[in-house]
Design a protein around this ligand. Sequence first.
Ligand code: HAM
Length: 420
Amino acid sequence: MTIKAVRGVHDILPDASSTWQRLEATARRVFEAYGYREIRLPIFERTELFARGIGEVTDIVQKEMYTFDDRTGESLTLRPEATASLLRAYIEHGLYVQPKPVRLYTMGPMFRYERPQAGRYRQFHQLNVEALGEDHAGVDAEVLAMLVELFRALGLADRLELQLNTLGDAACRPRYRERLVEYLRRHAASLCEECRDRTERNPLRVLDCKKSQCASVLEGAPSLLASLCRECDEHFARVRAHLEAMTLAFVVNPRLVRGFDYYVRTTFELTTRELGAQNAVAGGGRYDGLVELLGGPPDAGIGFAIGMERVVLLLAADASTDARPLALLIPLGAEAFARLLPVAQAVRARGVAVDLAYGERKLRSELERANKLGAAYAVIVGETELARGEATVREMKSGEQRAVPLSELASELGVLGGRA
Ligand code: HAM
Protein backbone atom coordinates (compact mmCIF):
# COMPACT_ATOMS: atom_id res chain seq x y z
CA MET A 1 0.00 0.00 0.00
CA THR A 2 1.29 3.45 -0.87
CA ILE A 3 1.29 6.16 1.76
CA LYS A 4 -0.66 9.27 0.80
CA ALA A 5 -0.55 12.82 2.15
CA VAL A 6 -2.81 13.60 5.10
CA ARG A 7 -6.35 14.80 4.26
CA GLY A 8 -6.49 18.55 3.67
CA VAL A 9 -2.71 18.77 3.23
CA HIS A 10 -1.17 19.38 -0.19
CA ASP A 11 2.04 19.20 -2.10
CA ILE A 12 2.91 22.22 -4.21
CA LEU A 13 4.14 20.63 -7.40
CA PRO A 14 6.89 22.04 -9.66
CA ASP A 15 4.42 23.33 -12.28
CA ALA A 16 2.79 25.52 -9.63
CA SER A 17 6.04 26.72 -8.05
CA SER A 18 6.64 29.63 -10.39
CA THR A 19 3.23 31.09 -9.47
CA TRP A 20 4.06 30.75 -5.77
CA GLN A 21 7.45 32.34 -6.30
CA ARG A 22 5.89 35.22 -8.23
CA LEU A 23 3.43 35.80 -5.39
CA GLU A 24 6.17 35.70 -2.76
CA ALA A 25 8.52 37.97 -4.72
CA THR A 26 5.77 40.51 -5.47
CA ALA A 27 4.71 40.53 -1.81
CA ARG A 28 8.26 41.11 -0.60
CA ARG A 29 8.72 43.95 -3.08
CA VAL A 30 5.45 45.67 -2.16
CA PHE A 31 5.79 45.16 1.62
CA GLU A 32 9.37 46.39 1.66
CA ALA A 33 8.42 49.51 -0.32
CA TYR A 34 6.06 50.32 2.57
CA GLY A 35 8.86 49.81 5.12
CA TYR A 36 8.00 46.30 6.32
CA ARG A 37 10.78 43.93 7.37
CA GLU A 38 10.59 40.17 7.45
CA ILE A 39 10.38 38.18 10.66
CA ARG A 40 10.53 34.37 10.56
CA LEU A 41 8.62 32.61 13.27
CA PRO A 42 8.37 29.07 14.64
CA ILE A 43 5.60 26.78 13.43
CA PHE A 44 4.58 25.66 16.91
CA GLU A 45 4.08 27.55 20.13
CA ARG A 46 2.75 26.96 23.62
CA THR A 47 -0.99 26.26 23.34
CA GLU A 48 -1.66 28.97 25.90
CA LEU A 49 -0.45 31.66 23.48
CA PHE A 50 -3.25 30.93 21.01
CA ALA A 51 -5.87 30.30 23.68
CA ARG A 52 -5.14 33.70 25.19
CA GLY A 53 -4.41 35.56 21.95
CA ILE A 54 -7.17 34.29 19.66
CA GLY A 55 -9.75 33.78 22.41
CA GLU A 56 -10.99 30.71 24.30
CA VAL A 57 -14.48 30.80 22.81
CA THR A 58 -13.51 31.11 19.15
CA ASP A 59 -14.06 28.23 16.71
CA ILE A 60 -10.34 28.17 16.01
CA VAL A 61 -9.36 27.53 19.62
CA GLN A 62 -12.30 25.29 20.45
CA LYS A 63 -12.37 23.08 17.37
CA GLU A 64 -9.60 23.70 14.92
CA MET A 65 -6.20 23.53 16.59
CA TYR A 66 -3.62 20.80 16.14
CA THR A 67 -2.63 20.46 19.78
CA PHE A 68 -0.33 17.83 21.25
CA ASP A 69 1.76 17.17 24.33
CA ASP A 70 5.49 16.95 23.79
CA ARG A 71 7.60 14.41 25.66
CA THR A 72 7.70 16.49 28.81
CA GLY A 73 3.92 16.80 28.80
CA GLU A 74 3.89 20.44 27.73
CA SER A 75 0.91 21.36 25.54
CA LEU A 76 2.02 22.70 22.17
CA THR A 77 0.01 23.77 19.12
CA LEU A 78 0.79 24.03 15.41
CA ARG A 79 0.10 27.70 14.71
CA PRO A 80 -3.40 28.32 13.31
CA GLU A 81 -2.39 31.91 12.44
CA ALA A 82 0.68 34.12 12.73
CA THR A 83 -0.50 37.21 14.61
CA ALA A 84 -0.23 35.73 18.12
CA SER A 85 3.24 34.31 17.37
CA LEU A 86 4.42 37.57 15.86
CA LEU A 87 3.27 39.54 18.89
CA ARG A 88 4.91 37.01 21.19
CA ALA A 89 8.21 37.60 19.38
CA TYR A 90 7.65 41.40 19.37
CA ILE A 91 7.31 41.31 23.15
CA GLU A 92 9.96 38.67 23.84
CA HIS A 93 12.67 40.50 21.87
CA GLY A 94 11.69 44.01 22.94
CA LEU A 95 11.02 45.11 19.35
CA TYR A 96 8.65 47.73 20.77
CA VAL A 97 11.59 50.03 21.51
CA GLN A 98 11.98 50.65 17.76
CA PRO A 99 10.39 53.67 16.04
CA LYS A 100 6.63 53.15 15.75
CA PRO A 101 4.85 51.78 13.92
CA VAL A 102 7.05 48.71 13.91
CA ARG A 103 6.25 47.15 10.54
CA LEU A 104 6.76 43.40 10.20
CA TYR A 105 5.77 40.69 7.75
CA THR A 106 6.06 36.93 7.74
CA MET A 107 4.98 34.07 5.51
CA GLY A 108 4.56 30.35 5.86
CA PRO A 109 2.25 27.44 6.67
CA MET A 110 -0.65 27.57 9.14
CA PHE A 111 -2.66 24.64 10.45
CA ARG A 112 -6.38 24.42 11.13
CA TYR A 113 -8.51 21.34 11.55
CA GLU A 114 -11.32 22.49 9.25
CA ARG A 115 -13.47 20.47 6.87
CA PRO A 116 -11.38 20.44 3.69
CA GLN A 117 -12.95 21.73 0.47
CA ALA A 118 -11.87 23.75 -2.56
CA GLY A 119 -9.82 26.67 -1.20
CA ARG A 120 -9.90 25.35 2.37
CA TYR A 121 -7.14 23.14 3.69
CA ARG A 122 -5.75 21.87 6.96
CA GLN A 123 -2.27 23.07 6.13
CA PHE A 124 -2.35 26.32 4.17
CA HIS A 125 -0.05 29.29 3.73
CA GLN A 126 -0.38 32.93 4.66
CA LEU A 127 1.39 36.16 3.90
CA ASN A 128 0.98 38.04 7.15
CA VAL A 129 1.60 41.70 7.91
CA GLU A 130 1.45 43.63 11.20
CA ALA A 131 1.99 47.33 12.00
CA LEU A 132 2.53 47.73 15.74
CA GLY A 133 2.52 50.55 18.25
CA GLU A 134 0.46 53.23 16.47
CA ASP A 135 -3.29 53.77 16.70
CA HIS A 136 -3.61 56.57 14.11
CA ALA A 137 -6.31 55.95 11.48
CA GLY A 138 -3.64 56.70 8.88
CA VAL A 139 -2.01 53.35 9.65
CA ASP A 140 -5.29 51.56 8.91
CA ALA A 141 -5.50 53.35 5.55
CA GLU A 142 -1.87 52.66 4.73
CA VAL A 143 -2.18 48.96 5.58
CA LEU A 144 -5.28 48.69 3.40
CA ALA A 145 -3.59 50.57 0.56
CA MET A 146 -0.66 48.16 0.71
CA LEU A 147 -2.98 45.16 0.61
CA VAL A 148 -4.75 46.51 -2.46
CA GLU A 149 -1.44 47.51 -4.07
CA LEU A 150 -0.16 43.94 -3.82
CA PHE A 151 -3.21 42.65 -5.67
CA ARG A 152 -2.88 45.43 -8.24
CA ALA A 153 0.72 44.39 -8.83
CA LEU A 154 -0.47 40.80 -9.31
CA GLY A 155 -3.09 41.96 -11.84
CA LEU A 156 -5.97 40.78 -9.63
CA ALA A 157 -7.32 44.02 -8.15
CA ASP A 158 -10.31 44.21 -10.53
CA ARG A 159 -11.52 40.79 -9.44
CA LEU A 160 -11.65 41.62 -5.73
CA GLU A 161 -13.77 43.69 -3.41
CA LEU A 162 -12.54 45.35 -0.24
CA GLN A 163 -15.12 45.00 2.53
CA LEU A 164 -14.74 47.22 5.53
CA ASN A 165 -16.32 47.27 8.95
CA THR A 166 -15.70 48.40 12.50
CA LEU A 167 -16.31 46.27 15.57
CA GLY A 168 -16.20 49.09 18.10
CA ASP A 169 -14.10 48.74 21.23
CA ALA A 170 -14.34 47.92 24.93
CA ALA A 171 -16.32 51.13 25.46
CA CYS A 172 -19.13 50.44 22.99
CA ARG A 173 -19.10 46.79 21.98
CA PRO A 174 -20.27 45.25 25.29
CA ARG A 175 -23.38 47.44 25.23
CA TYR A 176 -24.08 46.47 21.64
CA ARG A 177 -23.45 42.82 22.44
CA GLU A 178 -26.09 42.90 25.13
CA ARG A 179 -28.66 44.41 22.77
CA LEU A 180 -27.80 41.85 20.11
CA VAL A 181 -28.07 38.88 22.50
CA GLU A 182 -31.40 40.14 23.71
CA TYR A 183 -32.65 40.44 20.12
CA LEU A 184 -31.30 37.03 19.09
CA ARG A 185 -32.83 35.31 22.13
CA ARG A 186 -36.17 36.79 21.20
CA HIS A 187 -35.86 35.29 17.70
CA ALA A 188 -34.10 32.07 18.75
CA ALA A 189 -36.88 29.89 17.32
CA SER A 190 -36.16 31.17 13.79
CA LEU A 191 -32.39 30.75 13.98
CA CYS A 192 -30.35 27.73 12.88
CA GLU A 193 -28.95 25.50 15.59
CA GLU A 194 -25.43 26.84 15.27
CA CYS A 195 -26.64 30.43 15.63
CA ARG A 196 -28.71 29.54 18.71
CA ASP A 197 -25.55 28.09 20.20
CA ARG A 198 -23.48 31.11 19.14
CA THR A 199 -26.00 33.52 20.64
CA GLU A 200 -24.74 32.45 24.04
CA ARG A 201 -21.06 31.82 23.25
CA ASN A 202 -20.04 34.34 20.60
CA PRO A 203 -23.08 36.36 19.50
CA LEU A 204 -21.32 38.66 17.00
CA ARG A 205 -20.49 35.62 14.87
CA VAL A 206 -24.22 35.10 14.31
CA LEU A 207 -24.15 38.21 12.08
CA ASP A 208 -21.85 36.28 9.77
CA CYS A 209 -24.28 33.36 9.22
CA LYS A 210 -24.90 32.71 5.53
CA LYS A 211 -27.94 30.42 5.96
CA SER A 212 -31.15 31.70 4.42
CA GLN A 213 -33.06 30.59 7.52
CA CYS A 214 -31.25 33.21 9.59
CA ALA A 215 -31.20 35.95 6.95
CA SER A 216 -34.55 37.51 7.79
CA VAL A 217 -33.82 37.56 11.53
CA LEU A 218 -30.46 39.20 10.87
CA GLU A 219 -31.99 41.87 8.66
CA GLY A 220 -33.82 43.26 11.66
CA ALA A 221 -30.88 42.89 14.08
CA PRO A 222 -29.57 46.02 15.83
CA SER A 223 -26.68 47.63 13.97
CA LEU A 224 -23.25 47.98 15.52
CA LEU A 225 -22.49 50.99 13.32
CA ALA A 226 -25.37 52.82 15.00
CA SER A 227 -24.09 51.88 18.47
CA LEU A 228 -20.48 53.05 18.19
CA CYS A 229 -18.99 55.32 20.83
CA ARG A 230 -17.78 58.71 19.62
CA GLU A 231 -14.10 57.68 19.43
CA CYS A 232 -14.82 54.57 17.38
CA ASP A 233 -17.20 56.45 15.13
CA GLU A 234 -14.58 59.13 14.47
CA HIS A 235 -11.83 56.59 13.88
CA PHE A 236 -13.97 54.81 11.32
CA ALA A 237 -14.86 58.09 9.60
CA ARG A 238 -11.16 59.00 9.38
CA VAL A 239 -10.20 55.63 7.91
CA ARG A 240 -12.90 56.00 5.25
CA ALA A 241 -11.83 59.56 4.47
CA HIS A 242 -8.18 58.51 4.06
CA LEU A 243 -9.21 55.67 1.74
CA GLU A 244 -11.33 58.07 -0.29
CA ALA A 245 -8.40 60.48 -0.52
CA MET A 246 -6.42 57.66 -2.12
CA THR A 247 -9.43 56.76 -4.35
CA LEU A 248 -9.33 53.28 -2.92
CA ALA A 249 -12.65 51.52 -3.55
CA PHE A 250 -14.35 49.74 -0.62
CA VAL A 251 -17.80 48.78 0.58
CA VAL A 252 -18.91 49.01 4.20
CA ASN A 253 -20.28 45.65 5.30
CA PRO A 254 -21.72 46.00 8.82
CA ARG A 255 -22.16 42.22 9.00
CA LEU A 256 -18.46 41.51 8.53
CA VAL A 257 -17.30 39.89 11.75
CA ARG A 258 -14.18 37.85 12.02
CA GLY A 259 -13.29 34.64 13.82
CA PHE A 260 -10.93 36.14 16.39
CA ASP A 261 -11.66 37.82 19.72
CA TYR A 262 -8.78 40.25 19.43
CA TYR A 263 -10.26 42.67 16.93
CA VAL A 264 -11.38 46.19 17.80
CA ARG A 265 -12.48 48.95 15.46
CA THR A 266 -11.38 48.46 11.83
CA THR A 267 -11.86 45.00 10.34
CA PHE A 268 -11.77 44.08 6.67
CA GLU A 269 -11.72 41.33 4.10
CA LEU A 270 -10.75 41.17 0.46
CA THR A 271 -13.28 38.95 -1.24
CA THR A 272 -13.84 37.35 -4.63
CA ARG A 273 -16.85 35.79 -6.32
CA GLU A 274 -14.66 33.26 -8.09
CA LEU A 275 -13.90 30.77 -5.33
CA GLY A 276 -17.37 29.70 -4.20
CA ALA A 277 -17.92 29.58 -0.46
CA GLN A 278 -14.28 30.33 0.36
CA ASN A 279 -14.62 33.90 -0.83
CA ALA A 280 -12.06 35.64 1.41
CA VAL A 281 -8.63 36.01 -0.10
CA ALA A 282 -7.38 38.11 2.80
CA GLY A 283 -8.65 39.29 6.16
CA GLY A 284 -7.48 41.44 8.99
CA GLY A 285 -8.11 44.27 11.36
CA ARG A 286 -7.03 46.32 14.30
CA TYR A 287 -6.26 44.68 17.64
CA ASP A 288 -5.36 47.44 20.11
CA GLY A 289 -4.92 45.80 23.53
CA LEU A 290 -3.69 42.43 22.30
CA VAL A 291 0.00 43.19 22.87
CA GLU A 292 -0.83 44.05 26.47
CA LEU A 293 -3.02 40.96 26.86
CA LEU A 294 0.01 38.88 25.85
CA GLY A 295 2.19 40.55 28.48
CA GLY A 296 3.68 43.46 26.50
CA PRO A 297 3.29 47.24 26.62
CA PRO A 298 -0.08 48.84 25.81
CA ASP A 299 0.71 49.00 22.09
CA ALA A 300 -1.90 49.28 19.38
CA GLY A 301 -1.70 47.12 16.26
CA ILE A 302 -3.30 46.36 12.93
CA GLY A 303 -2.57 43.77 10.26
CA PHE A 304 -3.85 41.24 7.81
CA ALA A 305 -3.18 37.81 6.40
CA ILE A 306 -3.55 36.68 2.81
CA GLY A 307 -4.45 33.06 1.98
CA MET A 308 -1.77 32.15 -0.52
CA GLU A 309 -3.53 29.06 -1.94
CA ARG A 310 -6.55 31.20 -2.76
CA VAL A 311 -4.42 33.78 -4.55
CA VAL A 312 -2.66 31.05 -6.50
CA LEU A 313 -6.09 29.71 -7.54
CA LEU A 314 -6.93 33.17 -8.89
CA LEU A 315 -3.66 33.66 -10.73
CA ALA A 316 -3.98 31.81 -14.02
CA ALA A 317 -1.88 28.70 -13.60
CA ASP A 318 1.12 29.65 -15.70
CA ALA A 319 3.09 26.42 -15.91
CA SER A 320 6.67 27.46 -15.58
CA THR A 321 8.63 28.21 -18.70
CA ASP A 322 11.71 29.44 -16.87
CA ALA A 323 12.58 25.91 -15.73
CA ARG A 324 13.21 24.82 -19.34
CA PRO A 325 16.84 24.06 -20.08
CA LEU A 326 18.47 26.09 -22.83
CA ALA A 327 19.93 22.92 -24.28
CA LEU A 328 20.11 19.19 -23.91
CA LEU A 329 23.71 18.04 -24.39
CA ILE A 330 23.63 14.66 -26.12
CA PRO A 331 26.83 12.63 -25.98
CA LEU A 332 26.77 9.45 -28.04
CA GLY A 333 28.95 7.07 -26.05
CA ALA A 334 31.12 7.20 -22.93
CA GLU A 335 33.97 9.21 -24.43
CA ALA A 336 31.64 11.95 -25.64
CA PHE A 337 29.96 11.99 -22.21
CA ALA A 338 33.32 12.52 -20.53
CA ARG A 339 33.99 15.41 -22.94
CA LEU A 340 30.61 17.08 -22.36
CA LEU A 341 30.48 16.68 -18.56
CA PRO A 342 32.89 19.62 -17.89
CA VAL A 343 31.12 21.70 -20.57
CA ALA A 344 27.79 21.26 -18.75
CA GLN A 345 29.54 22.16 -15.50
CA ALA A 346 30.99 25.37 -16.99
CA VAL A 347 27.71 26.49 -18.59
CA ARG A 348 25.71 25.85 -15.39
CA ALA A 349 28.32 27.84 -13.44
CA ARG A 350 27.33 30.82 -15.62
CA GLY A 351 23.76 30.40 -14.43
CA VAL A 352 22.49 28.93 -17.70
CA ALA A 353 20.34 25.79 -17.34
CA VAL A 354 21.42 22.87 -19.50
CA ASP A 355 20.65 19.20 -19.21
CA LEU A 356 23.16 16.45 -19.98
CA ALA A 357 22.25 12.98 -21.29
CA TYR A 358 24.35 9.99 -20.25
CA GLY A 359 25.47 8.74 -23.65
CA GLU A 360 23.66 5.43 -23.53
CA ARG A 361 20.55 6.06 -25.61
CA LYS A 362 19.95 6.51 -29.33
CA LEU A 363 20.11 10.01 -30.81
CA ARG A 364 16.46 9.82 -31.86
CA SER A 365 15.15 9.15 -28.39
CA GLU A 366 17.38 11.87 -26.93
CA LEU A 367 16.05 14.39 -29.48
CA GLU A 368 12.53 13.44 -28.44
CA ARG A 369 13.53 14.06 -24.85
CA ALA A 370 14.97 17.47 -25.79
CA ASN A 371 11.57 18.31 -27.25
CA LYS A 372 9.72 17.17 -24.15
CA LEU A 373 12.02 19.17 -21.90
CA GLY A 374 11.32 22.24 -24.02
CA ALA A 375 15.03 22.76 -24.76
CA ALA A 376 15.76 25.38 -27.43
CA TYR A 377 18.88 23.51 -28.60
CA ALA A 378 20.27 20.00 -28.78
CA VAL A 379 24.05 19.73 -28.69
CA ILE A 380 25.18 16.48 -30.26
CA VAL A 381 28.63 14.94 -29.90
CA GLY A 382 29.16 11.55 -31.58
CA GLU A 383 32.22 9.84 -33.02
CA THR A 384 32.42 12.11 -36.08
CA GLU A 385 32.21 15.26 -33.95
CA LEU A 386 34.81 13.93 -31.51
CA ALA A 387 37.19 13.20 -34.36
CA ARG A 388 36.78 16.82 -35.58
CA GLY A 389 36.87 18.38 -32.11
CA GLU A 390 33.41 19.83 -32.71
CA ALA A 391 29.85 19.68 -31.48
CA THR A 392 26.70 19.88 -33.62
CA VAL A 393 24.39 22.57 -32.28
CA ARG A 394 20.86 21.97 -33.50
CA GLU A 395 18.12 24.53 -33.11
CA MET A 396 15.12 22.44 -32.13
CA LYS A 397 12.41 24.58 -33.69
CA SER A 398 13.91 25.01 -37.17
CA GLY A 399 16.08 21.87 -37.24
CA GLU A 400 19.00 24.03 -38.44
CA GLN A 401 22.41 22.71 -37.46
CA ARG A 402 25.89 24.17 -37.26
CA ALA A 403 29.26 23.04 -35.98
CA VAL A 404 30.89 24.69 -32.96
CA PRO A 405 34.43 23.83 -31.81
CA LEU A 406 34.29 21.89 -28.51
CA SER A 407 36.77 24.34 -27.01
CA GLU A 408 34.28 27.19 -27.60
CA LEU A 409 31.12 25.29 -26.73
CA ALA A 410 30.75 26.49 -23.13
CA SER A 411 31.13 30.16 -24.03
CA GLU A 412 28.86 29.76 -27.09
CA LEU A 413 26.10 28.26 -24.88
CA GLY A 414 26.71 31.07 -22.40
CA VAL A 415 26.03 33.58 -25.20
CA LEU A 416 22.90 31.73 -26.37
CA GLY A 417 21.71 31.69 -22.74
CA GLY A 418 22.20 35.44 -22.46
CA ARG A 419 25.24 35.13 -20.14
CA ALA A 420 28.19 36.02 -22.30
P1 HAM B 1 -8.04 34.75 8.72
O1 HAM B 1 -9.19 35.49 8.14
O2 HAM B 1 -8.35 33.60 9.62
O3 HAM B 1 -7.16 35.84 9.47
O4 HAM B 1 -7.11 34.22 7.58
C1 HAM B 1 -6.65 35.06 6.55
C2 HAM B 1 -6.79 34.38 5.21
O5 HAM B 1 -6.16 33.09 5.25
C3 HAM B 1 -8.24 34.06 4.82
O6 HAM B 1 -8.85 35.18 4.24
C4 HAM B 1 -8.03 32.95 3.81
O7 HAM B 1 -7.69 33.50 2.55
C5 HAM B 1 -6.83 32.21 4.37
N1 HAM B 1 -7.28 30.99 5.09
C6 HAM B 1 -7.77 30.90 6.34
N2 HAM B 1 -8.08 29.63 6.64
C7 HAM B 1 -7.76 28.87 5.55
C8 HAM B 1 -7.82 27.48 5.23
N3 HAM B 1 -8.25 26.58 6.10
N4 HAM B 1 -7.41 27.09 4.00
C9 HAM B 1 -6.94 28.00 3.11
N5 HAM B 1 -6.85 29.32 3.36
C10 HAM B 1 -7.25 29.76 4.56
C11 HAM B 1 -6.05 35.56 10.20
O8 HAM B 1 -5.46 34.50 10.17
C12 HAM B 1 -5.55 36.73 11.01
N6 HAM B 1 -4.38 36.30 11.79
C13 HAM B 1 -5.23 37.90 10.10
C14 HAM B 1 -4.67 39.07 10.81
C15 HAM B 1 -3.37 39.47 10.84
N7 HAM B 1 -5.34 39.94 11.52
C16 HAM B 1 -4.54 40.85 12.01
N8 HAM B 1 -3.32 40.56 11.61
